[in-house]
Design a protein around this ligand. Structure first.
Ligand SMILES: Nc1ncnc2c1ncn2[C@@H]1O[C@H](COP(=O)(O)OP(=O)(O)OP(=O)(O)O)[C@@H](O)[C@H]1O
Ligand SMILES: [Mg+2]
Length: 407
């Protein structure tokens, strides 16, 4: 019997990253990874197929060489401003006065029977809790006695075209897509502990093009959202503020950047290369703090407002975990603590063995999380292989089912 290999493909705005994991009885072992700059995306969404395919191929080839195996299928991430998450309840009467497997399926289907527009697709239906008669907070109601079963679900939808483009790119790079997974959900698999998910935690994936939020409580997801601002905006602000090309601004940000001005010494200086034959300039490093702090504050404040609007801001008070490449900015957890009035930390991928040194960075949380998500779901789930030609039919089939339920 062959070993089970799971591959996560994170198609990000700044890099495309493939992580290969081997499922073992004692846990997941990372056996390979490849990362390549991404040039075909804007704000988390594919805008150039050809460039994206090339980057996927490069990342996959690198991962294949390291893992010593051929990659044929992947779990791919999805993000972008088109993603929406809503909470829905569903109720059914229990015919047998005892909850059966069929009842559980039926109540989830009822809760998911929302009218999704034709141009949107359901990416996840995540169960938050079951309620049998008046007993709430039930994780698994199978076999319980009662007359009424209620399910609360979180439904994540996204633009069909965005999902199609991800699949198209993967297919053209020679890959099947086992499943499409919300990037923040994947990241949370890699960086949140079980305890954090239970007590309540806000996961913030502060990437290059987007900043994603996923809120957890009692082991379930309560709220998700995607903000179309990220580390690229910080780089752009530096480029404008210091009048330097973006490539230089990016280097300066990574070498000298900080999320809080107060963390920078008064007499620290930075060297900014001259443009067009002009000589380099020496500036106070404080300027960088003055440029970056307000932008990070703006991004975190928008996320906080989103939380308040969702009505779940209380839940985040037990903890905020910031991950994604921009989480490496010094002072990021201090800034998060100020804005969210909650303890905060930077999230590194955990719960894996093998090549841990290679993936031990916040920017690899999504790719590692996709592997963890795959490892958790591939046995129980119907394995559908999404191919270009049949995704539309697949979506149509799902829709027809809901419409049938509604009428
Ligand atoms: N040491 C660092 N300090 C500050 N910023 C950093 C550092 N390392 C990486 N970044 C920033 O992190 C961002 C990339 O993060 P990440 O790899 O998580 O994004 P992505 O997954 O490609 O994009 P997205 O998820 O938004 O589509 C870039 O803006 C980059 O400048
Ligand atoms: Mg990302």
């Amino acid at each position: 019997m062959g070993v089970d290999i799971i591959v996560g493909l994170d198609i990000g705005t700044t890099k495309i990253c493939a992580v290969v994991g081997e499922v073992r009885p004692e846990g997941l072992e990372i056996i390979g990874m490849g990362s390549h700059p991404s040039e075909g995306l804007r704000k988390g969404v594919v805008i150039n197929i050809e460039n994206t395919v090339d980057s996927i191929k490069a990342a996959i080839e690198e991962a294949e060489t390291m893992a010593g195996c051929e990659i044929g299928s992947v779990y791919a991430g999805i993000a972008g401003g088109h993603i929406e998450g809503v909470n829905k309840p569903g109720v059914i009467a229990l015919k047998e006065k005892e909850v059966t497997k069929k009842d559980i399926e039926r109540v989830i289907e009822t809760a998911s029977a929302v009218a999704v527009p034709m141009d949107r697709e359901v990416i996840h239906t995540l169960v938050q809790e079951f309620i049998v008669d008046d007993q709430d907070g039930i994780v698994d109601p199978l076999g319980m006695s009662g007359v009424r079963l209620e399910a609360k679900v979180h439904i994540v939808t996204g633009a069909v075209t965005s999902a199609q483009n991800i699949i198209k790119c993967a297919n053209r790079a020679g890959l099947d897509v086992y499943d499409i997974v919300l990037e923040s959900l994947a990241s949370s698999e890699a960086v949140l502990s079980k305890e954090e998910r239970n007590l309540g935690a806000a996961l913030i994936d502060f990437g290059g093009g987007t900043t994603d939020l996923a809120l957890f409580s009692k082991g379930a997801i309560k709220h998700t959202s995607v903000l179309a601002l990220g580390g690229d905006n910080l780089t752009y602000d530096i480029a404008v503020g210091l009048r330097t090309p973006k490539l230089e601004a990016e280097k300066i940000k990574i070498k000298y950047g900080a999320a809080l001005s107060s963390m920078i010494g008064k007499d620290e200086t930075i060297e900014v290369p001259g443009v067009g034959g002009r000589s380099p300039r020496t500036l106070s490093r404080q300027i960088l703090g003055e440029i970056l702090e307000p932008r990070v504050e703006e991004i975190f404040t928008l996320i906080y407002e989103e939380l308040v609007q969702s009505g779940y801001d209380e839940l985040a008070s037990s903890g905020v975990v910031v991950t994604g490449g921009s989480a490496e900015l010094p002072g990021i957890s201090e800034m998060a603590e100020q804005i969210f009035s909650a303890p905060a930390r930077v999230g590194y991928p955990q719960d894996v063995d093998g090549l841990v040194d290679l993936i031990n960075k916040p920017m690899y949380a999504t790719a590692v999380g996709l592997v963890l998500y795959g490892a958790k779901t591939y046995k129980q789930k119907k394995k559908f292989r999404i191919r270009d030609s049949n995704i539309f039919h697949l979506v149509m089939a799902r829709m027809k089912r809901w419409f049938k339920d509604i009428v």
